[in-house]
Write a protein that binds this ligand. Structure first.
Ligand SMILES: Cc1cc2nc3c(=O)[nH]c(=O)nc-3n(C[C@H](O)[C@H](O)[C@H](O)COP(=O)(O)OP(=O)(O)OC[C@H]3O[C@@H](n4cnc5c(N)ncnc54)[C@H](O)[C@@H]3O)c2cc1C
Length: 472
């Protein structure tokens, strides 16, 4: 056998898995058909976040993601930059200001897990001091929260470097074209390199981490994975449209879109020159998006369509009427989501490690669903499953050292969410939504009580800058 584990796909999922394998002393190979992080990972909104929106229907995913985002912040610190986000509140919004502030109060409980700061609330005049381009008519004020901004391709590269430092092998520009299947078990992969060279590699376990291509790769082993693709498109500008990141009610009044100004791919000096091929690297600009629509064709056909571009422009124009929205390019990615019941609006961002032994194919795992913000946890669970097959007892160490190998002091454990409850609720999406709503309803009553006792607690634009350590 050439390797203990072969990983197919070098996005953030595969890179995280390779590092986890290497830190446990497994002999591991990663095969990536193009350059690392080039696909969905590069097309993301570049946020390590807890998933504020999921609080509306899938509270446990917010909990799991915020919990793992805390670990990612600890291991990848220098690659991350705190991104304060302002949520302007207008009279005509579908959700009233007290509902939105309640959502952020609930999010505050999870923010602490990922090193986020408590939310703030501002009146209309102070909001306009921060973002003069906002439409003043009907503006009631704003609330703010923060996420971590990351160069996702640099995050992939750093994970791969850490894995290589422990002996792992990375083959890029090499496509897995087939699986070696013998006696009902996957024993390795067949590869074709860009220069036409064909090769084979054998391993005890093959982990399919091909993101939106995971269904294609699983079919090479004659098994299906429960995956659906949802396309997300962003508009990218090479100039800053605003100075503060915004979250805006979208044109359909149901979703929200981000407007994120960034500098040099985001983290600036933290990413050495040439270390990233992120589509945003090396320039300052603005990101607007994402959309969330059905990706009808396979992942290779993922491309923005005119309706999505119009939707994003209309969404922003309503609230920033005097900002010129000319001169953008667009980028799209396909979210590989777990197929579940309950309709599109209730689609959870949960992940699952599919062990194809259940379908009669041993030695083969697929990672389905999830997000960049919980890539370390996905990797841990995938490698735990691989280790169980290999009889390896080494514990996961990915949260115990930084990506450049410095030890992380043991911290008091923060409780993660209950996996059995999450699994149960996944089978009952309506109940999962009810569970989320019940928490929000209690929080809303508490919010109203606080409002009655202490009134609105609004801060100034200067308080906002101080809170997030921004330059005056
Ligand atoms: C618009 C959008 C915005 C998002 N924003 C965020 C965000 O802000 N924060 C967040 O946490 N998550 C976000 N997500 C989700 C996140 O981007 C994805 O969950 C994550 O990037 C998936 O990573 P991956 O490694 O699984 O897939 P990918 O990044 O797609 O990697 C899969 C890799 O497999 C390779 N591959 C495919 N087939 C083969 C083969 N046969 N042989 C070899 N290699 C192969 C591909 O080349 C690719 O590099 C967003 C997603 C989208 C679409």
């Amino acid at each position: 056998m050439d390797y203990d584990v072969i990983v197919v796909g070098g996005g953030i999922t595969g890179a995280g898995i390779l590092r986890d394998c290497a830190l446990r002393g497994l002999k591991a190979l990663l095969v990536e058909r193009a350059s690392p992080g080039n696909a969905t990972t590069a097309a993301s909104t570049h946020l390590i976040h807890g998933g504020l929106r999921y609080l509306l229907y899938d509270r446990l995913t917010t909990h799991a993601t915020a919990w793992d985002a805390g670990h990612i912040a600890a291991i990848a610190g220098p690659l991350l930059r705190r991104l304060p986000i302002l949520w302007p509140l207008y009279r005509e919004h579908g959700h009233g200001p007290e509902t939105v502030e309640t959502l952020l109060e609930v999010y505050d409980d999870f923010q602490a897990m990922k090193g986020g700061l408590p939310h703030l609330r501002l009146g209309a005049a102070e909001t306009l001091r921060l973002v003069p381009a906002l439409r003043p008519d009907g503006l009631l004020g704003a609330v703010s929260f923060d996420e971590w901004w990351v160069d996702p391709v640099a995050l992939v590269e750093r994970n791969l470097e850490a894995a290589r430092a422990c002996g792992a092998v990375v083959r890029t520009h090499t496509r897995v074209t087939g699986l070696i299947v013998e006696d009902g078990a996957v024993r390795g992969v067949r590869c074709s390199a860009q220069d036409g060279k064909l090769s084979e590699a054998r391993a005890g376990v093959v982990i399919n981490a091909a993101g939106p291509w995971a269904a294609e790769v699983s079919r090479m082993g004659s098994v299906e994975v429960p995956l659906i693709l949802r396309r997300g498109t962003h508009l990218v500008y090479d100039r800053r449209l605003v100075e503060t990141a915004l979250i805006l009610e979208a044109a359909d009044r149901e979703r929200i879109v981000f407007v994120i100004p960034f500098e040099n791919g985001g983290p600036g000096a933290a990413v050495p020159e040439g270390a990233s091929v992120s589509p945003l690297a090396g320039r300052g600009g603005t990101l607007i998006g994402p959309t969330d629509v059905k990706q009808a064709g396979g992942p290779d056909t993922t491309a923005p369509d005119d309706a999505e571009v119009r939707y994003l422009l209309d969404s922003v124009r309503r609230w920033l009427p005097n900002v010129s929205l000319e001169g953008h390019r667009s980028m799209a990615g396909a979210r590989p989501l777990l197929d579940q019941g309950g309709g599109e609006k209730l689609l959870s961002r949960e992940f699952e490690i599919c062990d194809h032994a259940a379908a009669g194919v041993a030695g083969f795992l697929t990672v389905a669903g999830g997000k960049m913000s919980d890539f370390r946890l996905m990797a841990k669970e995938a490698v735990d499953a691989a280790c169980a097959k290999l009889g390896n007892q080494e514990p996961c160490l990915t949260h115990r050292q930084t990506l450049d190998g410095r030890p992380i002091p043991v911290r008091p454990p923060v409780p993660g969410p209950s996996r059995p409850l999450a699994k149960f609720l996944r089978r009952h999406p309506r109940l999962r939504e009810g569970y989320a709503y019940a928490h929000l309803a209690v929080a809303f009553l508490k919010h109203l009580l606080r409002l009655a006792v202490s009134g609105k607690q609004e801060v100034t634009a200067d308080d906002f800058r101080r809170h997030y350590s921004l330059k005056p």
